[in-house]
Structure formats: structure tokens, C-alpha cells
Design a protein around this ligand. Structure first.
Ligand SMILES: Nc1ncnc2c1ncn2[C@@H]1O[C@H](COP(=O)(O)OP(=O)(O)OP(=O)(O)O)[C@@H](O)[C@H]1O
Length: 272
């Protein structure tokens, strides 16, 4: 931690414009050290764009993103990673032919100085060992990543982030496509990681939020609609309207999947 004693992340008056369209339209968003914060909102609300700005992938038209008091806007992605901000993507970034431990080692090396890369090391570094332990991937250390199940692969990606020793982790839909058992394991993993990291998770699955979220931020049309506990957010009439409105539009289009627009409700958009 640095000498900065305010919030870990402070986003102020953020705006992102794509060809005249305001994908982010004046967002203020604050995350304190040690939080496990969930970010929800219908499709197109601006969740991924917000994470893209924090990690330097997208340049905002206006506003600031302060991490430990330092503005990240205008910095390169790799510089932001080195400052301690790591993210996963919706698409996989593991090297299939490399083993689990090799993938973790490669990720860890991203923050190591060059001289230490040139040195051949025996065994695994502390960072890699810690990442394997927390994700429970020790038993699979020597297996090629290509043979892992979907859930194990997601855990490897989270492990690769941990190996980079970030202070802030941004996870984009980590339980999408997982079985019920894998979801539970991921929930416990996030809870464990949040003991010594700050974590922001984009997640649509309400059942998952009920079990693991304390504070939820709801985005809608590029703005923060509301923020609070899962119960407060579910009871908020504006949130109900946003999801009910979407559900009405989609009525007749069949069941909504866990990543779909009406995921805050389970039946006809009802916010249960
Ligand atoms: N590179 C881009 N160029 C133009 N428009 C974009 C771009 N990226 C995102 N958008 C638009 O910005 C809006 C916000 O998109 P974003 O992906 O951030 O939403 P989201 O809340 O993450 O949605 P989802 O749940 O579908 O992932 C959407 O209308 C999207 O079409």
C-alpha cells in the first residue's frame, strides 16, 4: 500500500463516447481497500466499458480514475498492470500447450525485473505457489492448460492474476458457463481472495450475488442507477423498472439465460 489513505479506487465524472454515443455518461464510483464489490446492470449498461477505462484499454472523453490517489487516465495497459491492477476478460487468455504452473509462472514474470527472468530458478516462486494454493490447482500443476475443464480454466486465469500480485482485481463474469458446483467453489475462491485483495466482479447471476455479494453497484445507460446491499438493490423501484422494462421487451423470447438482460429476476423479469 502507498501513503495514500483514501479509497483504493475513485472514479469521478467519467464519460466515454463512441462515435457520439455516450456509453459512460458521468459515472462516480468509489471502492474502498478490501472490498468485494459486484457490478450489475442490463446489457449495454457500460460495465465492461468502465473496466476497460480503469485498465487503460479505453480512453475516456472526460473524468478521472484514481488508483491509490494516482490518475490512471492516459497510462498504458501494461503500466496499469505494473501499478497493481489486474483483470480477466470474457475470453480466455491461457496458453493451452503450457502446463498450469508454466502459465502461472509466465503471468508472474510480467511483474518481475528482467534480471530475475534471465536467472534460471528451481521450483516455483512464492507468487506462483500462492496462486496455486488459493485456486486449488496444485494437483493439476503439471497438466497442460488445454485439458482443463471450463471451471478449472477460469480458476487458472484468476490464479494468473493473483500471481501478478495485484492490489485490485477486476473479474468479468467469472462464473459464466459454470456448473452449480463450480459456481460455489468460485464464490468461496472470491471470498478468500478478497481477504487480502480488493475485488470488483461483473456478474449477472442473482443467485450468486445473493450468496456472495455485500455491496452491489447497478449501472444503467452509462450511469450509476443505485448502490447498496443485494436486498436494497432488489427492492429499489428504479432497478425493478429497468429489469422489468427489459423483460417486457423480451417477453415471448423464451427463458432468459444467466448472462441475459433480465437476470436480476427469475421469471418474467420479477426482481425476487
Ligand atoms: N468499441 C465500441 N464502439 C462502439 N460502441 C461500443 C464499444 N464498446 C461498447 N460499446 C457500446 O457501449 C455500450 C456499453 O457497452 P458495455 O459492453 O460496456 O456494456 P455492458 O454493461 O458490459 O454489457 P454486457 O452485459 O452486454 O457485457 C453498449 O451500447 C455498447 O454497444
Amino acid at each position: 500500500m502507498t501513503e495514500h489513505d483514501g479509497a483504493l479506487l475513485e472514479v469521478r465524472d467519467l464519460a466515454v463516447v463512441f462515435d457520439g454515443f455516450r456509453a459512460i455518461d458521468g459515472i462516480d464510483f468509489t471502492v474502498q481497500h478490501g472490498e468485494l464489490r459486484f457490478l450489475i446492470g442490463p446489457n449495454g449498461a457500460g460495465k465492461t466499458t468502465l473496466i476497460d477505462v480503469i485498465t487503460g484499454l479505453t480512453k475516456p472523453a472526460a473524468g478521472s480514475v484514481r488508483f491509490e490517489g494516482i490518475d490512471l487516465v492516459g497510462r498504458k495497459e501494461h503500466e496499469i498492470v505494473r501499478m497493481g491492477v489486474g483483470r480477466t476478460f470474457q475470453t480466455s487468455v491461457v496458453f493451452e500447450k503450457l502446463t498450469v504452473v508454466e502459465n502461472l509462472d509466465l503471468a508472474a514474470s510480467f511483474r518481475r525485473p528482467l534480471w530475475s527472468l534471465a536467472r534460471r530458478r528451481r521450483g516455483v516462486s512464492d507468487a506462483v505457489a500462492a496462486a496455486m494454493e488459493i485456486t486449488g490447482l496444485d494437483a493439476l500443476a503439471g497438466r497442460p492448460a488445454g485439458v482443463l475443464s471450463h471451471g478449472q480454466r477460469q480458476w487458472l486465469e484468476i490464479g494468473m492474476l493473483i500471481a501478478q500480485r495485484p492490489r485490485l482485481l477486476l473479474l468479468d463474469e467469472p462464473v459464466a458457463g459454470m456448473s452449480a458446483d463450480e459456481r460455489s467453489r468460485t464464490g468461496l475462491l472470491l471470498t478468500e481472495i478478497a481477504k487480502d485483495h480488493t475485488v470488483i466482479v461483473i456478474e449477472h447471476d442473482m443467485e450468486f450475488l445473493r450468496r456472495y455479494a455485500s455491496v452491489v453497484t447497478v449501472l444503467h445507460e452509462g450511469k450509476v442507477l443505485t448502490e447498496g446491499s443485494v436486498d436494497e438493490v432488489r427492492a429499489d423501484p428504479h432497478v425493478q423498472e429497468v429489469y422489468l422494462g427489459r423483460a417486457r421487451e423480451e417477453a415471448g423470447a423464451g427463458d432468459h439465460d444467466a448472462r441475459g438482460t433480465a437476470a436480476v429476476g427469475t421469471s418474467a423479469g420479477e426482481v425476487k
